[in-house]
Ligand binder design. Structure first.
Ligand SMILES: *Cc1c(COP(=O)(O)O)cnc(C)c1O
Ligand SMILES: [Zn+2]
Length: 436
């Protein structure tokens, strides 16, 4: 049993299980039966104070171990996961018309996206699993005897491949053939076994889930493995801690499967339950127009469990999801915090790449710049205003998709000045472009 965890509760039937009773989902509800990890907050509050977190041993996200569902015996990945900067962006705030903006730069993670928080958690949980052959008691601490698998639009896969490489754990990855080249290059470089699926992310997920069950691999899939939310929630802890526990008014984040926004919600809920913050920010979920399942469900009030999948199309590959796998938690994050969902066009997403870079210094991939496009929309619609302190989640690095960044720059008219290799030509060009 894990110290601070009291139970795993099914989000559909609300039945609760001990943490050693089920591995992933509520058995009554199969793959849909996503569970929430519940904690004994009194016990946590008795062992750790928020002032002490900064000096807790363990780098990055492991400083919050007292609030995480992990066994203290199991090794952590040697890579630094977490501790990403919260970058003040006053020019962006002025342009959008809100009081303050900070950009949480998750592009600074070891594999360059927020997914490292979840994949690091997956590696630790996989090593906690009882050894499969049954003749060793305790955990399967030999990393090479554990195989971890996931399907992904690219970043969760790159994160898992990188974390696994750092710990010598074999990884089997299923990605759609349309994943950006940089993400596939990361997988191959990290030495993962890569299944490039001729089909969308949703198909890759189905294939991965089936193979995991057949082979007994540890399953990291989003919206199935309950601990991914618990890894991602550490981003909310860092935001609150960096703002000296004065929670922002709103947090804007792009949404594909809904796991990140659900994780942020969980993190802020934990902090509120511990009395470390006094309110939860409004969570503003941003989806691409061509992949707007959760916006539609939120607008229409239809049932998130029975609304059929859509066929997603967007340049923002990391938020392309026909049937968001973590949609129960994703929807609840917005409704329970009195937030909103907004949709943005691919053109707005691309233009937001140079926009965010120019106004804050943070270089984002399309799924991350979508948050800025969404903040602009939320401001236009009056969902955020001049009194608000806002955190913008930049979930992945611009280097993940150089093609999109190039298209975004071209869309806002940013282009290089071609110049012959001599000083006079340089001076002529500078004069022509009024650069002094
Ligand atoms: C995965 C991802 C998202 C969306 O997260 P979900 O949990 O799928 O909603 C957003 N941005 C980036 C860069 C991602 O990798
Ligand atoms: Zn259930």
């Amino acid at each position: 049993m894990l110290d601070a965890v009291t139970s795993l509760r099914c989000l559909i039937c609300h039945r609760s299980y001990r943490s050693d009773e089920i591995d992933y989902v509520c058995p009554r509800h199969g793959v849909e039966g996503i569970v929430d990890v519940e904690y004994d907050y009194e016990r946590i509050a008795a062992t750790v104070r928020r002032e002490d977190l900064a000096s807790e041993p363990g780098p990055g996200m492991w400083r919050y171990s007292a609030l995480l569902p992990i066994d203290s015996q199991v090794p952590r990945p040697p890579l630094l996961v977490g501790d990403t900067p919260l970058v003040p962006a006053p020019r962006l705030a002025a342009e959008v018309g809100v009081r303050r903006v900070w950009v949480k730069d998750e592009g600074r993670q070891p594999t360059a996206s927020l997914k490292d928080r979840a994949s690091a958690m997956a590696a630790v949980k996989a090593l906690e699993m009882p050894a499969v052959d049954g003749d060793t008691l305790g955990t399967s601490l030999d990393p090479s005897s554990t195989v971890i698998t996931t399907a992904s639009t690219g970043n969760a896969a790159a994160a898992l491949a990188g974390i696994c490489a750092s710990m010598a754990i074999p990884a089997v990855i299923f990605v759609p053939a349309s994943a950006p080249a940089a993400k596939v290059a990361q997988l191959l470089a990290f030495g993962a076994s890569v299944m490039l699926v001729d089909g969308p992310y949703d198909t890759a997920t189905d294939l991965c889930m089936a193979a995991a069950a057949r082979h007994g691999w540890y399953n990291r899939n989003t919206g199935f493995n309950p601990y991914m939310t618990e890894g991602k929630k550490t981003a909310a802890y860092e935001v609150a801690e960096a703002l000296h526990w004065d929670a922002p008014d709103a947090v804007v984040v792009s949404v594909g499967d809904g796991c990140i926004i659900g994780g942020l919600h969980k993190g802020f809920r934990d902090l509120l339950a511990l009395g470390w913050i006094d309110r939860i920010p409004r969570l503003i979920g941003v989806q691409a127009e061509g992949s707007d399942y959760l916006v539609r469900v939120w607008e229409s009030g239809s049932d998130v469990l029975t609304t059929p999948a859509i066929i997603p199309t967007t340049v923002a590959d990391s938020i392309s999801a026909g049937l968001p796998r973590d949609r129960i938690k994703g929807l609840a994050a917005v409704t329970a915090t009195h937030g909103v969902f907004v949709r943005v066009s691919d053109d707005e997403i691309l233009a937001a790449i140079p926009d965010l870079a120019r106004l804050s210094g943070v270089f984002a991939e399309p799924a991350a710049s979508a948050a800025l496009a969404g903040l602009r929309k939320a401001s236009d619609l009056g969902h955020v205003g001049p009194g608000d302190r806002v955190v913008l989640m930049s979930t992945g690095s611009g280097l993940k998709d150089v093609g999109a960044a190039t298209a975004g720059a071209a869309a806002v008219g940013a282009r290089p000045i071609e110049v012959a290799p001599d000083d006079e030509a340089v001076e002529r060009a500078l004069a022509e472009h009024h650069i002094t």
